[in-house]
Design a protein around this ligand. Structure first.
Ligand code: SF4
Length: 279
């Protein structure tokens, strides 16, 4: 059994929080560049130039890509041959978020949902742990802005709605969201499972690189079809009109009950932040 000390986990989460908030992944920059070529609206084109410039400044100056530095969503793939030593795994992750948001001068947005009193250090992290084979720990930090999170939905449909009904729901959700989620968006879709499983697979699908299709050809085709429909809506970058309303659509599925088609739509804004590391 391999031993990994919690201190290492805290340090890595701290670094990932800062990096995710200041440095966009290459696939996101490439998606902006592709969109700059294909967007027809002059305002939309200008928006993509500004997004590229904003990403460059944030990376070079080490400052946040957006004022909304989000809630810290942390996915953990924990190898079953790993012994986490020296403390509590969850607390180690919270401490990493605490340090990352303080040291990176990132806005603390987490608060009590009822009193609305700010917790002050952007904890707790939203932690999702999956036990996997092996002796490694994979950490993915995805700061989630709430302009886009607020537009997300889970609905449990009767089976009769079929694939066409699911497609209609996803496209309609993006249409009704308008400019609120800071388009161009990335749309994570979870189909199946239970109420919470659908939401979780939708959120995790947002970690997939932009432009990478699902390995199942039927699901890949569904992603293309939904993306195509969304990009006919005319919402465009920041809702100012244009061709590119979504940079991509990622669909994940999971077996479900005979009586239902759960569908979750988790919308991500253009500030598509996530960083991963393996310990
Ligand atoms: S939704 Fe995204 S781009 Fe808009 S303010 Fe929040 S983090 Fe920033």
């Amino acid at each position: 059994m391999r031993e990994i000390n919690v201190k290492l986990i805290t340090e890595k989460v701290r670094d990932l929080c800062i990096e995710a908030n200041t440095v966009l992944e290459e696939d996101v920059l490439l998606a902006y560049e592709r969109a700059l070529e294909t967007e027809e609206s002059p305002i939309g084109k200008d928006h993509f130039r500004q997004l590229l410039e904003n990403a460059k400044v944030a990376r070079e100056e080490g400052i946040a890509l957006c004022q909304d530095t989000g809630l810290a969503v942390v996915f953990v793939e924990l190898g079953q041959e790993v012994h986490v030593a020296g403390g509590d795994l969850n607390e180690a992750i919270h401490e990493g978020v605490r340090q990352g948001y303080r040291q990176g001068y990132l806005r603390a947005s987490s608060l009590d949902p009822l009193t609305r009193k700010n917790i002050g250090d952007n904890t707790p992290a939203m932690i999702h742990v999956e036990i996997v084979p092996g002796e490694k720990i994979k950490l993915a930090v995805a700061p989630k802005g709430f302009g886009s999170e607020n537009m997300s939905r889970v609905v449990l449909f009767p089976p009769a709605v079929g694939i066409e009904g699911v497609k209609k729901f996803v496209v309609q959700r993006v249409e009704e969201s308008g400019s609120n989620p800071c388009p161009p968006v990335v749309v994570g879709v979870g189909i199946g499972g239970t109420f919470e499983k659908a939401a979780l697979i939708a959120k995790k699908s947002l970690l997939r690189p932009l432009g990478q299709r699902h390995p199942n050809p039927e699901i890949a085709k569904l992603e293309e079809e939904i993306l195509d429909e969304i990009n006919k809506l005319g919402i465009g970058p920041m809702g100012l009109g244009g061709r590119i309303t979504a940079l991509d659509v990622h669909v994940e599925t999971f077996p479900t009950h005979i009586a239902s088609i759960p569908v979750a739509v988790n919308i991500q804004c253009h500030c598509d932040r996530h960083k991963e590391a393996v310990l």
